[in-house]
Design a protein around this ligand. Structure first.
Ligand code: CA
Length: 326
């Protein structure tokens, strides 16, 4: 597990790379609410929806939450394809618009002209070890940034990603988790780079459950943001029930990555050199790389256990405080 140093909890610069669906929306609110996080930018990825839609969702949510954080466009499809089509199951889980089919005012701001991949590179040079990158969708943008400027793998302080599954089955296939499955080739490049990575996968995220008793607390705040977040999360909880993913609540996958990024003590980890399978059989499986097992300093830590009894209340406190004021 991590060695906690004095300054580990100091304010960090964070970039969120979101394919803004419901749990991304929750992660965004968490990153805004936690005073230890200085959110310097949001990158839009394809994934739960088309890039144009996820970018719009992020802009609308930031405005709902009273934030002036720049949104950048990432890449609109995987590194091995020339287009992207939203999977039907994504619409069933996240709603047709990705954020539970709630309706928000048209965004007043637009996405930045600079592209998201360049933004990662510039931030890496500017902030170096103080920068945490948190991808909660496909790893296409981060892999592209590594291609454009390999030096960033030695600059960025940490990448804490939501994705993968080591000790449990996947959610797309027996072995594949959805984010990794979108672009296993990009994910493999990220995992096998020199980047310091914390993998927050299904091993831990499926243990963090939110229920309608929590969303009712947000609705009861009576604020625009409280009601909106209750509604979009309830659709997600209903989908989890209807599709038999979990009958007790919804997993707060992406918020856990934000939480672990700023407070690694939420999880226990296994240090392991990882790779991602890119051949057809077992496509997108995240697994230890047997060719590198004896590397003295593995670049990946895989979260294999989570203190959900501590994490969920911390998440709730942050969100409720934020939603109460917007
Ligand atoms: Ca996501």
């Amino acid at each position: 597990s991590f060695t906690l140093e004095e300054n580990d909890m100091a304010t960090k610069k964070m970039i969120l790379d979101l394919d803004t669906g419901v749990d991304d929306a929750l992660a965004l609110a968490y990153a805004i609410a936690d005073p230890n996080i200085d959110l310097i930018g949001v990158i839009a990825s394809y994934g739960n929806n088309l890039l144009e839609q996820t970018a719009k969702n992020s802009l609308q949510l930031l405005e709902l939450l009273g934030q002036d954080v720049p949104v950048f466009k990432g890449l609109s499809h995987s590194s091995t394809t020339d287009h992207f089509t939203v999977m039907q199951v994504s619409k069933e889980i996240h709603g047709n618009n990705g954020i539970g089919d709630i309706s928000l005012p048209e965004p007043r701001h637009q996405v930045q002209i600079k592209d998201g991949v360049d933004f990662i590179i510039e931030a890496a040079h500017q902030y170096s070890k103080d920068l945490i990158v948190v991808p909660t969708g496909p790893l296409t943008n981060l892999a592209a940034a590594l291609h454009r400027d390999p030096q960033i793998s030695h600059l960025i302080g940490n990448v804490t990603l939501m994705g993968g599954a080591l000790t449990v089955e996947g959610n797309v296939s027996e072995v594949a988790e959805a984010n990794i499955n979108q672009d296993a080739e990009a994910a493999n490049e990220v995992f096998t780079s020199q980047l310091p990575i914390t993998m927050v996968g299904l091993d831990v995220t499926l243990r963090t459950l939110l229920t309608k008793s929590e969303t009712q607390q947000w609705r009861n705040l009576g604020t625009q943001a409280g009601i909106a977040y209750a509604e979009l999360t309830d659709l997600y909880i209903d989908a989890y029930y209807r599709l038999g993913i979990d009958k007790h609540g919804c997993a707060i996958h992406d918020p856990l990555a934000v939480g672990v990024a700023i407070d690694p003590s939420f999880v226990t980890t296994l240090a392991l050199p990882m790779k991602v399978i890119t051949s057809e059989h077992n496509y997108a499986r995240t697994i230890g790389d047997k060719m590198r097992l004896n590397e003295p300093h593995p670049n990946v830590r895989v979260a294999i256990n989570v203190n959900q009894e501590r994490f969920v209340p911390v998440f709730m406190n942050h969100l409720t405080n934020l939603l109460a004021n917007h």
